[in-house]
Design a protein around this ligand. Structure first.
Ligand SMILES: Cc1cc2nc3c(=O)[nH]c(=O)nc-3n(C[C@H](O)[C@H](O)[C@H](O)COP(=O)(O)OP(=O)(O)OC[C@H]3O[C@@H](n4cnc5c(N)ncnc54)[C@H](O)[C@@H]3O)c2cc1C
Length: 469
């Protein structure tokens, strides 16, 4: 009998797992894919929003501001990349100044520092901004993060503190029992006192299984272009346009790893699995991105991708106990990444009304990710190669990732079992050639360490249950 079963291993489910791992609870996280961070948490803008955009008084506003204030410390303790780079929202027409002021006012009500700059002041901070910019809202507390590193950091910290992970396991039904729930999966059933529904675009289906008040989650597609590191210094801030009712619009931003990201579009669709990119969508990204920043180097695009926002019909986060012992974290669209640790705290507070939570005396609040060889100085690199010779073999030339890092990614707790799993833990395959050169060697290393044939190694997606999990 578990105390809590968490459904979904995205940023929210993994943050909730890390939060519950602070207490003497028996917790299991169930994820239908073969790794954590396979849903929306892997495909988004990676902005830690300052919190000026959300309607004051909403959960989005409250949890965004709280989550964003936690991020710097969490990134140090759990070892994930985060940078406080600041953001600007551009206004191209004097007539739009009122809207920018409304946004600034919302920010002040949410307790977020903001300032309105003239076009000239904005261009002083960001020389490549369009000449058409007449005003800009400046938000110094906005940041950028690596969403894979963040989600993996929460997951590994939870795992090291005793949370069980059942990967490649899909929840197919939920039945109320005298003690709590039977959670049916395609790999057997689990008995639990409580359930956290962190199932992203499928949170409405999970809620229906438990018989909660019905709501719909509509997938809203967002398409992106990612550019090479050569283009990463075109801007240093995150550059937004004025938001619309469909979201925050097309942005241009550096990533924490030094690439340049432009997107996303916003299109409501029916299919919860449709992460295709389209010619029209990417043309829109180019056209709208070019309104904000001059001469965007589209010749340096290395990949395109799509993420699906989980848009709930209340247009706010749905975080509630929907039936006794069944807790929803649903409708977690943007700013869900920024809010994830605060959503986790809120879920724990709701659970605390149901059961007594006793802190775990030996809880570890730090975690160390894969050591990135290229980030070390020469002496540290030499010392590492002396200790573990595999750090002397470069496998991914674009991102300078060594065999030692790939072996660590495979062999560490909740280790990688797929090419994408290795990529998200080490960046092998994230660079200019998009895994053209390093895939064969990475496949060999995966096959050797997992004890399977090379034909069994997948790029991503469901496979065998992870041995350690
Ligand atoms: C285009 C776009 C841009 C965004 N930009 C930002 C941004 O800049 N900043 C920000 O703060 N937020 C942003 N967001 C929002 C943010 O990405 C999400 O709020 C966040 O990733 C949601 O995390 P999650 O854990 O709720 O969902 P997910 O990451 O989708 O995780 C849900 C998990 O549940 C699993 N699951 C589903 N059903 C089952 C089942 N039956 N059994 C087992 N497992 C199941 C799925 O496989 C998945 O792994 C953006 C989103 C999009 C799409």
């Amino acid at each position: 009998m578990y105390d809590v079963v968490i459904v979904g291993g995205g940023a929210v489910g993994c943050a909730a797992a890390a939060e519950l791992a602070k207490y003497q609870l028996k917790v299991c996280l169930v994820e239908k894919e073969s790794d954590v961070c396979e849903g929306t948490s892997k495909a988004n803008s990676a902005i830690i929003h300052a919190g000026f955009d959300a309607e004051p008084g909403t959960l989005k506003a409250k949890l965004n501001v709280r989550g964003s204030s936690m991020m710097a410390e969490l990134s140090k303790k759990l070892d994930f990349s985060y940078r406080n780079n600041g953001a600007m929202v551009l206004c191209f027409d004097e007539a739009q100044l009122g809207e920018l002021e409304k946004l600034a006012d919302r920010g002040r009500q949410n307790g977020v520092p903001v300032e309105i700059l003239t076009g000239a002041q904005a261009r002083e901070k960001e020389p490549r901004l369009s000449d058409e910019v007449v005003y800009a809202l400046y938000a110094p507390t906005s940041g950028i993060v690596c969403p894979f590193e963040m989600t993996l950091a929460f997951a590994e910290n939870a795992y090291e503190n005793g949370v069980e992970f059942r990967l490649s396991t899909e929840v197919t039904g939920i039945e109320k029992t005298a003690e709590g729930f039977t959670v049916q999966t395609d790999r057997g059933s689990l008995e639990t006192k409580a359930v956290f529904n962190c199932a992203g675009v499928y949170a409405d289906k999970l809620n229906d299984m438990a018989g909660g008040r019905h709501f719909n989650i509509i997938p809203r597609k967002g398409e992106y272009l990612l550019m090479d590191k050569d283009a990463g210094t075109v801007v240093s801030h995150t550059i937004f346009q004025l938001p619309t009712k469909m979201g925050k619009g097309i942005l241009v931003t550096p990533t924490v790893h030094g690439n340049l990201l432009v997107g996303p579009t916003a299109q409501d669709i029916d299919d919860k699995e449709n992460t295709s990119t389209t010619r029209d969508g990417l043309a829109e990204v180019r056209a709208k991105g070019s309104l904000s920043v001059k001469d965007l180097p589209f010749g340096k695009v290395i990949t395109s991708f799509t993420g699906l926002r989980a848009v709930g019909d209340t247009h706010d986060f749905i975080i509630e106990e929907s039936t006794e012992g069944f807790f929803n974290a649903a409708g977690i669209e943007s700013p869900g990444l920024s809010s994830a640790p605060a959503i986790a705290e809120m879920l724990r507070e709701l659970l605390e009304k149901r059961m007594v939570l006793t802190p775990k005396p030996d809880h570890k609040d730090t975690r160390k990710g894969v050591t990135h060889f290229a980030a070390l100085d020469r002496d540290a690199q030499n010392a590492l190669i002396k200790e573990i010779p595999e750090y002397g073999n470069i496998v991914c030339r674009c991102e300078t990732v060594t065999e030692g890092e790939i072996l660590d990614a495979i062999q560490r707790p909740l280790g990688a079992t797929t090419l994408d799993g290795v990529k998200r833990r080490t960046r092998a395959g994230m660079g200019r050639c998009q895994a053209g050169f390093c895939s064969p060697k990475t496949i060999l290393l995966l096959a050797e360490k997992l004890g399977v044939g090379i034909g069994d190694i997948r790029k991503n997606g469901r496979g065998e249950v992870h041995e350690d999990a």
